[in-house]
Design a protein around this ligand. Structure first.
Ligand SMILES: [Zn+2]
Length: 274
């Protein structure tokens, strides 16, 4: 059973965030007009608050999630009761795409940062993948992005210090949400990284004393990116913007990106013009 299909629309929790259109997601923005037009009438805009589980491990996600803001964390459940993060997706990608091949997802999908998400029924999306080359490229690049993150995080979690992993996590989240303030509790960061909360508390105190971050209840603001990078690891660069599926798809689609104006005027859910 999919959790995603049963989630209610949650309104009013994100008043401080600007509500924007589906193409605030970089992947949808990078699609050529014909490809975007094939998906557009099926797109829905929804808000999800922090902490929502979008699909469970073992499920085949019924929806795909293109973040316009916020962040979805993919986590492998552990017997200790929490989930280790193997990847995450914000405006550079799409989440829920792991279920294409019929088998259930290895991870569960967790809203790490609440926000506005464009969703599409998975069956409709995967039919479109069969019919449109650009949408197939979007799907391929997005799956590769999730795989790359899982591979890098396996190496990073084994080889790099807790401080470096925290720095990596903060920088990658900040880059992709395009916000220096990260609304995440120390507990949720500790769970994601497989660290004790007390370890995260000690590390954030140390980073704050050094002037790298400002830590308040439920929020961490990056004050000095260079300081954070100095204490971080090489994994950040390897998962940088050159490798984001949005930027890779934009590079493939570049001649068509500038022809989007006729599609911009329509909102999701409206009837597609013939
Ligand atoms: Zn690392």
């Amino acid at each position: 059973m999919s959790v995603a299909g049963e989630l209610p629309f949650v309104a009013g929790d994100l008043q401080s965030q600007r509500i924007v259109g589906p193409r605030e997601n970089g992947l949808l923005r990078a699609l050529p007009p014909t490809a975007y037009g094939a998906l557009k009438q099926h797109l829905k805009q929804r808000e999800f608050i922090q902490g929502r589980v979008l699909w469970n491990a073992g499920d085949r996600p019924a929806q795909l999630y293109f973040p316009q803001s916020g962040l979805i964390s993919m986590r492998v459940p552990t017997t200790e009761g929490y989930g280790i993060e193997t990847g995450s997706v914000s405006r550079e990608g799409v989440a829920g795409i792991e279920g294409e091949f019929g088998s259930g997802a290895m991870t569960f999908g967790f809203v790490q940062i609440g926000g506005v998400y464009t969703t599409i029924d998975a069956e409709i999306f995967f039919q479109a993948v069969q019919q449109n080359r650009a949408i197939a490229e979007l799907a391929g690049l997005s799956r590769q992005w999730i795989l790359w993150q899982a591979q890098h995080m396996a190496a990073c979690n084994a080889a790099h210090s807790a401080e470096a992993r925290l720095g990596r996590w903060l920088l990658l989240v900040s880059d992709r949400t395009e916000n220096t303030t990260i609304p995440a509790t120390q507990e949720s960061i500790a769970d994601a990284l497989g660290l004790r909360r007390t370890t995260i508390t000690l590390l954030t105190h140390s980073l704050e004393a050094a002037g790298a971050i400002h830590n308040t209840r439920g929020k961490i603001r990056i004050r000095n990116r260079a300081l954070l990078q100095n204490g971080g690891c090489s994994c950040c660069a390897k998962l940088g913007s050159d490798n984001w599926p949005s930027n890779r798809l934009a590079a493939l689609s570049r001649p068509a990106v500038h022809q989007m104006s006729s599609i911009d005027s329509q909102e999701p859910g409206h009837q597609r013009s013939a």
